[in-house]
Design a protein around this ligand. Structure first.
Ligand code: HEC
Ligand code: HEC
Length: 403
């Protein structure tokens, strides 16, 4: 189950040498920096705005453009967790919104917002037909699930926070609006709930949604997804772009007996490098000032590393042993569950979740089994017979909040 640490070690040495070489040829380092900036900017655009041609699924098959134009006013859109990018709104519109002069009960307003590129993770084409603005096609991007906004203007309207999981989003409820589904699949999509999505349902037909995870804090983590399916982010990006979003391209994975080809073009492969570079540049957010008690957190750290045994798996700077090993389902305190999510994956195992920024995204574990960090600690306490007293539980929670 473990990947060869020697390979990773070699990779790290190589990276260091490359870094030294770049640093050594002084003249070209500016070029290098400019190139890196351009690559990250390209990656950001892909993450925020690229649909990989998935309109083929969201419009041609699911007919979501019809649903949006007919029934999704901005109030409904916000209620299912869609977010509005304040920076994409012209100043006059911001003023009108603040003055309550924008009709939030009209689907036409949603279409206007999509035309402005202001609905996070939704890209649409709007055409003027017979004097009316018509939404003719719509697709989704990575930002739909892996970005939110800071609510600077109003709840659901603010500046983008890329990499922060959108735990307000109810992707299943949105998909369930499609007129193209049969009753049985509609009922399953509608049952998932906020912040949850099952990226394997359309592959194995089993139903077990997982929480949308953060896309930040993954630099140096060479096992991605809850189950460590790939050793680079790009592996999973290709999976999602093709198999979940319906982008034009190919994903094949013998371990899952899966070979999916959408269309005849490849609109995914040449974007993966920049997309991965951008994600790896996303740092986990620091805890807000005053959100934890540093003295209690310092005591909690001693339990974490000592008697509570957490650091046996949550090792190193990123709080995960992912680069060394994966864990059998019985090592997850969120198991047993039916169906077991790990058993549906390519590895049959769980990755120890990196913990930086954990304060930001309750609930916890792949299936959301723990509502709060206190629930997390109590679960470990009970399962592993740690016999922590009330104060020790509280200190561990303060430590987790500080990461
Ligand atoms: C419909 C919602 C949705 C969309 C759209 C989506 N994802 Fe995800 N993403 C998820 C869910 C759910 C998981 C958890 C799957 C797992 O770990 O088994 C996930 C997992 C991930 C992970 C693994 C994180 C980790 O901790 O290892 C990365 C990276 C990621 N997505 C990036 C992307 C990128 C890039 C795109 C666009 C190509 C994208 N996602 C589009 C829902 C989504
Ligand atoms: C045997 C290895 C192991 C030990 C020991 C361990 N963990 Fe974990 N931890 C995991 C695995 C594996 C997961 C992912 C489980 C899942 O999602 O089903 C996880 C998930 C978590 C999460 C959820 C993070 C998220 O974003 O959802 C938190 C928080 C956590 N552990 C804290 C702790 C604390 C605190 C301790 C000590 C009391 C501890 N862990 C001990 C392996 C371990």
């Amino acid at each position: 189950m473990s990947i060869q640490p020697a390979t990773l070690h070699a990779r790290r040495i190589l990276a260091t040498l490359l870094g030294l070489t770049l640093a050594a040829c002084g003249g070209s380092s500016d070029d290098g920096a400019a190139e890196r900036t351009a690559r990250l900017e390209a990656g950001r655009q892909i993450f925020r705005h690229d649909t990989f041609g998935d309109e083929a699924l969201w419009s041609d098959t699911l007919r979501m453009h019809e649903v949006i134009a007919a029934a999704v006013d901005p109030a409904t859109a916000l209620a299912v967790g869609l977010k509005v990018d304040l920076d994409a709104l012209p100043a006059e519109l911001q003023t009108a919104l603040a003055a309550g002069q924008v009709d939030l009960t009209s689907p036409a307003t949603t279409v206007a917002l999509i035309r402005l590129g202001a609905v996070v993770g939704v890209e649409g084409s709007v055409e003027s037909i017979d004097g009316a603005e018509r939404l003719t096609r719509v697709g989704i991007t990575c930002a739909l699930c892996h970005s939110t906004v800071d609510d600077a203007f109003a709840p659901g309207i603010g500046h983008r926070l890329d990499g922060w999981p959108n735990r307000d989003l109810d992707p299943g409820a949105i998909i369930a609006l499609s007129p193209a589904l049969d009753g049985a699949s509609r009922a399953i999509y509608a049952s998932w709930g906020k912040g949850r999505f099952d990226p394997r349902f359309n592959v194995d037909g089993l139903n077990g949604p997982v929480l949308i995870p953060p896309a930040y804090g993954l630099s140096g983590v060479h096992r991605v997804t809850y189950t460590g399916d790939g050793d680079e982010v790009a592996y999973w990006n290709r999976y999602v772009a093709v198999v979940e979003m319906g982008g034009q391209g190919r994903f094949s994975e013998p371990r899952l007996n899966l070979d999916r080809q959408n269309g005849s073009e490849d609109r995914v492969s040449d974007k993966l490098d920049a997309l991965q570079a951008y994600q790896l540049s996303l740092a986990p957010p620091s805890p807000p000032a005053g959100s934890f008690d540093p003295v209690a957190a310092a005591r909690g750290q001693r339990f974490f590393e000592g008697k509570a045994g957490c650091a046996g798996c949550h090792t190193g700077e990123r709080f995960t042993d992912a680069n060394v090993r994966l864990h059998p389902p019985s090592d997850s305190v969120a198991e047993p569950e039916t169906p077991s999510y790990a058993r549906r994956s390519a590895t049959g195992a769980y990755r120890t979740t990196p913990l930086r920024g954990a304060w930001q995204h309750p609930p916890y574990f792949h299936n959301g089994a723990a509502a709060t960090l206190e629930d997390v600690v109590r679960r470990y306490d009970a399962r592993n017979g740690l016999a922590l007293d009330q104060g020790e539980v509280a200190d561990l929670v303060q430590y987790l909040k500080s990461l």
